[in-house]
Design a protein around this ligand. Structure first.
Ligand code: ATP
Ligand code: MG
Length: 421
């Protein structure tokens, strides 16, 4: 038997229903905020990720799925969505002749070669928002609030936005120096990865997953103390805007994000009671230029869809659904003889084209089996065909809850069902 690759999964049954519900809500919020759908390739030139996500990031150093195509080009399965969207923005010159914000969203699979564990897969999906061409602190707040409001709408409780500012380049350089000065004499007390990071990417040490209880890391200098006046002012405005939007947040100086391209605002959507990060993002004003475009500011985030969907399983809306969920219909049409089956086919088409969902016997099932399946599908009404009624142009309809039966003229079936469903 061939099995699925390690770190991948199938979505079916109840999970598929929750997945659809989740995607619909993300999409409807994207529309409410005027973000437009964009789809970019699942593989891109490896260079794109080396130049955007950064040579020293976890993603590029150990997580990418790289391959050579048949013409020896270096390709990478996308590990995240932002780089592809920025490439697309530049390649299609979406910024040409416009001074308003460019608002895009995506939803698709990402690939990272990680050690699979709860909430961490090798193939996973992200819903992401990217807002270009605005450096106004309003846009940071708008982007954070769409994520926050989606999670509220989904009924995810105990969610707090953890936010920090990395400041501008100058502030970040000053802070990085202070951090290195503090950590260098204590290098032996850092984990192996962080000892390397001290030379390559010191800020990332604050995001160490391994060493979260290390006192050395708990007492590092605070980034917010090193922001210059300009960066401080900007950060305050973002927080003010979040207050106006009533977003529940906490300033967390340890949020630095794993990717290299962030400046100013960085944030994570965190489930406080479980310490799980459901999504993350920030401002990345230099990335478009870095990848060969003009200087265009940007801010965005990505949700880890599976982590959110996993939380929704406990949601009351879904508690009734069986794990092996196989569907729901308004009407089940029961038939046994060839004449009845032909009529069932005709009626099913009529119902479906009028917006009434239904199921028919497509497997020569006995009446007893059909009753069972109708119940499993939660059919509210049963159409029970029989040749005597059919000859008189009548259709026998039974309410599956009250068990009351009615004979309805065949031309009035749709109208009747629309009226009672
Ligand atoms: P972490 O620090 O947990 O590794 P990250 O910094 O790599 O996260 P991002 O690249 O910012 O995460 O991705 C945004 C979100 O995507 C994360 O908050 C998480 O919910 C989700 N995510 C990241 N990697 C995975 C994965 N391997 N499997 C499932 N979801 C993931
Ligand atoms: Mg990671």
């Amino acid at each position: 038997m061939i099995t699925k690759p390690k770190g991948t999964y199938d979505i079916l049954g109840k999970d598929a229903v929750i997945n659809g519900y989740y995607n619909d809500i993300c999409e409807s919020y994207a529309k409410l905020y005027n973000f437009n759908y964009v789809r970019t390739p699942i593989f891109e030139s490896s260079d794109l990720y080396h130049r955007s996500v950064g040579e020293t990031s976890d993603i590029v150093t150990k997580e990418t799925y790289d391959f050579k195509d048949r013409s020896e080009r270096n390709m990478t399965l996308r590990p995240e969505g932002t780089a592809g969207v920025v490439r697309c923005l530049i390649e299609n010159k979406l910024y040409g002749n416009r001074n308003d914000a460019i608002k895009l969203y995506y939803n698709g699979t990402m690939y990272r070669y990680e050690r699979p564990q709860a909430g961490r897969n090798r193939e996973f999906t992200q819903f992401g928002i990217e807002m270009f061409n605005s450096n106004d602190p309003l846009s940071d707040a708008e982007v954070i609030s769409i994520g926050y409001n989606i999670l509220q709408e989904l009924g995810i409780e105990s969610l707090v936005v953890n936010i920090n500012s990395l400041g501008d380049k100058e502030s970040r350089q000053n802070y990085t120096k202070a951090l290195v000065d503090y950590l260098t004499p204590r290098i032996n007390e850092l984990c192996e990865d962080c000892q390397k990071r001290l030379k390559t990417n010191p800020l990332r040490i604050l995001d160490c997953k391994y060493d979260q209880n290390n006192e050395i890391l708990k007492n590092v200098p605070k980034m917010t103390d090193y922001l210059n006046e300009e960066s401080q002012k900007r950060f305050k405005e973002v927080l003010n805007n979040l207050d106006v939007l009533e977003v529940d947040y906490v300033v967390n100086p340890n949020i630095v994000r794993g990717l290299d391209y962030y400046d100013h605002t960085v944030f994570e959507f965190i489930l406080e009671d479980k310490g799980i990060t459901l999504g993350a993002g920030g401002r990345y004003n230099s990335l478009v230029k870095e990848l060969g475009g003009p200087e265009i500011p940007a801010v965005g985030f990505a949700f880890g869809n599976e982590r959110i969907i996993n939380e929704l399983k406990e949601h009351s809306v879904f508690s009734e659904l069986p794990e092996d969920y196989q569907g729901n219909v308004d009407v089940y049409i029961m038939s046994v003889s060839d004449e009845e089956k032909l009529n069932a086919l005709k009626i099913s088409q009529n119902l479906r084209l009028n917006g009434i969902s239904c199921e028919i016997n497509s497997n020569n099932l006995s009446m007893k089996s059909q009753f069972k399946i109708a119940d499993k599908l939660n059919a509210k009404q049963l159409i029970i065909l029989n040749s005597e009624d059919l000859q008189k142009g009548l259709i026998n309809i039974k309410d599956n809850a009250t068990k009351e039966e009615q004979k309805i003229d065949e031309d009035e079936v749709v109208e009747y069902l629309v009226g009672i469903l």
